[in-house]
Design a protein around this ligand. Sequence first.
Ligand SMILES: [Zn+2]
Ligand SMILES: [Zn+2]
Length: 235
Amino acid sequence: MQKIIQLAVYPYGMINCFLIKGEKKHILVDAGLPGSEKTILKQLQKLGIKKEDIDLLIITHGHIDHFGSAKALKDELKIPVLMHELDSRALETGKSLRETLKPNKIYWNILKRKLLRDKAIPCTPDIILKGDEEFNLTEWGINGKIAHTPGHTPGTLSIVMDSGDAIIMDLASSGILLGGIAFHSRMKHPPFHDDLEQVKASINRVLSMNTNRFYLGHGHPVTRESLIVYRDTFL
Ligand SMILES: [Zn+2]
Ligand SMILES: [Zn+2]
């Protein structure tokens, strides 16, 4: 059975990346902060996932807590990296997209300064999605697709599985502070959004795709009802 497994970059759901586990081959989604590769690889090993069975690394957007270890994972696993062209500059330069780090709360300015200070090893994407093109994952052995869901950043990508599971990463957030720890189903803004109107349109889009469970970059998975509450309360 194909399923989504949450991997911890920081514990308690503070920063997550994901493994889409297929029948034989698997896909990694996001790469955490710079220096996260060992943490991620260790969890894969514990799950009994063989390195050579991971075929693709999808980077959902150009914030360094999501692409920071892309180059290290690409080299270690010898796999192509996929990203949207509107965010690919971040991967190529190793720097977060500064103009998209618009704090949703004043105290996130502290995190903004850290993310702008951090630098990743630059990495060239191998597969670049353009415009609103959808990317089918069946040729990678996964029943699902990648959709362009802008708003958090211009090039944010979501992964929607035929099963109704979806990885929407930073389109929404749950828990307290940086996710996790407590109040798992309480919805909140992630630290930043570039364009709230676009976030709303993108959430409506994923809600229209027969989805019922949503995996987040910060916080734990939430239900369709919770995502609707987020849209109606925050957007
Ligand atoms: Zn982000
Ligand atoms: Zn994030």
